[in-house]
Design a binder for this molecule. Structure first.
Ligand SMILES: [Zn+2]
Length: 322
């Protein structure tokens, strides 16, 4: 995919933001305006990379060169960033059975490599689709791709590695266990509390979906009614992302629709956020400008739900709002 999913309209240059969050020691893109405190920005957030069954372990006696864990599920199962970071070395265009290495030596198939804070990296291999682009910043739990069997693989699974430092692997199951995440779990992730919304719905949720579609470049009328026009637009979006095309906004489509938002962003994605915040008790003008008033509403909502009140709307805050 060549699309750059970075939110538009962020204040400040990429260079200054990079400098700011490097100084804070965290991997999320905090805007130059409305910085949270270092303590709240550094609040760790971790996600399981996918749901499925463990099928092969890290450097086992029979596979001493296997530098990660394999988690198997059906093709198209969502794959998530384990933590905030910056996408590096993506590979697309590979196919099942493709024996050639990607940007990282010895790794075959479509893949994403994420550069996290604190000199560690995560690697996601054999993907069916890559849904992020090089240099894109992601948050914990953000959808980055779909499980597949591209490259040297015998069936759909995620090959998952953790490197610290880069290209020096460590056992990713132990790494995540030390952070409260059970690799290979089939229990729901933290950010899957999404409703399934389909044609016939009239509500603020339909209005949010319409704003998100527009924010993602899909033409749709924003009227709060999920009619045939909205269904067509959802199908167009699903097709553009390589998702199953059914016109229903369920958990996978939701996680593909949203993008992380923070103070300084603007546009229809922010309008969607403001509609959701108003439905949760705020009294915002739906103007598409993520300024200090919207940031305060986000922090109030996060506090009320026991979330880290950092004012950054990532996947967990989004799914709690909807
Ligand atoms: Zn593997």
């Amino acid at each position: 995919m060549s699309e750059n999913d970075r939110p538009i309209g962020t204040s400040g240059s990429a260079v200054s933001r990079r400098a700011v969050f490097t100084a804070l020691g965290v991997g999320i893109g905090i805007g130059a305006v409305g910085l949270p405190t270092a303590a709240s920005a550094a609040t760790p957030g971790w996600s399981n990379p996918t749901l499925g069954t463990l099928t092969s372990g890290y450097k086992t006696p029979s596979r001493p060169d296997h530098a990660g864990w394999d988690i198997a599920n059906s093709q198209g199962t969502p794959v998530y960033a384990i933590a905030a970071g910056t996408v590096r070395d993506i590979r697309t265009g590979s196919y099942p059975g493709d024996p050639t290495s990607g940007p990282l030596p010895g790794r075959t198939g479509n893949s994403v490599h994420i550069d996290h804070a604190d000199s560690y990296f995560s690697y996601y291999g054999h993907l069916h689709r890559v849904l992020v682009s090089d240099g894109q910043r992601v948050l914990a739990g953000q959808l980055i791709g779909l499980m597949g069997t591209t490259g040297n693989s015998t069936g759909p699974h995620l090959h998952f590695e953790v490197h610290r430092p880069r290209l020096t692997t460590t056992d990713p199951r132990t790494f995540l266990a030390n952070r409260g995440i059970s690799l290979g779990s089939t229990a729901p992730l933290g950010s899957t509390g999404w409703p399934s919304v389909s044609q016939g719905t009239t509500s603020w949720v339909a209005r949010v979906i319409q704003y998100l579609l527009r924010g993602r470049g899909i033409s749709v009328v924003v009227d709060g009614y999920f009619g045939s026009g909205t269904t067509t637009s959802v199908r167009t979006f699903q097709s553009s992302k390589g998702l199953y095309v059914d016109g229903v906004v369920g958990p996978i489509t939701w996680t593909a629709l949203i993008l992380p938002l923070q103070q300084g962003n603007s546009g229809d994605l922010v309008r969607g956020l403001q509609v959701a915040l108003n439905a949760r008790g705020a009294s915002l003008t739906v103007d598409g400008a993520f300024g200090s008033v919207t940031a305060t509403a986000v922090r109030n909502f996060q506090s009320s739900r026991g979330l880290a009140a950092d004012g950054v709307v990532g996947p967990v805050t989004w799914s709690t709002l909807i």
